[in-house]
Design a protein around this ligand. Structure first.
Ligand SMILES: C[S@@+](CC[C@H](N)C(=O)[O-])C[C@H]1O[C@@H](n2cnc3c(N)ncnc32)[C@H](O)[C@@H]1O
Length: 283
């Protein structure tokens, strides 16, 4: 009989195996990622030309594909879920990539990990939508989060949000605009607009179910957001329900994480209509 394993034993083993592509002491590299992570060459110290952050990297398909295409750029995946960190790191190792790594972490405290202007670009692919109003602050595209990313991006840096969720797109776009980001592209078909973007695990899965990719590409605001701007962004509707189309996606793809809410709304409408019919039969 096998001895009973501690709950996280298997995960711990996988973390150990993938450790060479995981950086747990990320704060120590703040301000020097481009040099510190460059492999040693015969010319001595060299540096990556750019540092890219993939926020909520999931299982790492995006950083792995991009790192293979752009050897002069360091791709850092970050995820708050240890299982994703391990998967992504293992993919980096399996592909033999020297310009990609993964850090466990949360979008809320990026300033501990990156210095001012250290990032050339940030990608946020298919972020967790958190549809409820009470969880709105957890969305990684709130004005407050964006204002946190702003100083870490170079002035000409770019952030790309890509999502299957029309309500999340509709929520996010004014968050960028309210705090003065320069939206360079807002599209309901990013596959057509940017066909070279690598396909992530979620894009693969969700497009097979009928999703299209909504995207916002924006350059950081020149100035930090003011309290008035942040307040104005908070006063916009915070529940994703408020951004649903009138027909509740009738016969169409339902965005990831929203089927429960949409089923409830459809049921409610159905009951109201049935009650109205019964009432008009009686009068
Ligand atoms: C829906 S998945 C998308 C994964 C991947 N980007 C893709 O497109 O396949 C969202 C990911 O974001 C991570 N995540 C959610 N909130 C986060 C946060 N505040 N900071 C870092 N990662 C986060 C989750 O753990 C999850 O892996």
């Amino acid at each position: 009989m096998h001895a009973r394993m501690p709950k996280n034993f298997v995960l711990d083993q996988r973390i150990e195996r993938a450790a060479n592509a995981i950086e747990t002491g990320a704060a120590a590299y703040r301000g020097r990622w481009a040099e510190a992570c460059h492999p040693l060459t015969e010319h001595g110290t060299e540096r990556f030309e750019r540092v890219h952050l993939d926020l909520g990297c999931g299982k790492g398909a995006y950083i792995a594909a991009m790192a293979a295409r752009h050897p002069d750029t360091l791709f850092i995946g970050m995820d708050s879920e240890p299982v994703c960190v391990v998967h992504a790191a293992q993919l980096v190792l399996d592909r033999g990539l020297k310009n990609a790594l993964v850090i466990p972490g949360d979008a809320a405290r990026l300033d501990r990990i990156f210095a001012l202007g250290e990032l050339s670009s940030i990608s946020i692919n298919f972020p967790t939508p958190h549809p409820k109003r009470r969880n709105a602050r957890l969305r990684v595209t709130t004005a407050e989060h964006l204002d946190g990313y702003r100083p870490l991006l170079k002035a000409d840096g770019i952030l790309a949000l890509r999502t299957d969720s029309l309500p999340l797109y509709e929520f996010s776009l004014p968050q960028f605009k309210t705090i003065g980001w320069n939206v360079t592209c807002a599209t309901h078909d990013d596959r057509a607009a940017h066909p070279d973007q690598p396909i992530t695990e979620y894009e693969q899965r969700l497009t097979e179910q009928g999703a299209t990719v909504h995207a916002v590409y924006a350059r950081p605001a020149a100035q930090p957001a003011t309290q008035e701007q942040l307040q104005a962004a908070l006063e916009l509707p915070q529940s994703l329900i408020d951004y649903l189309p009138e027909d509740l996606f009738a016969g169409e793809y339902i965005p990831y994480g929203m089927s429960y809410a949409i089923d409830n709304l459809r049921n409610r409408r159905h009951h109201l209509a049935a009650r109205k019919d019964a009432y008009s039969d009686r009068i």
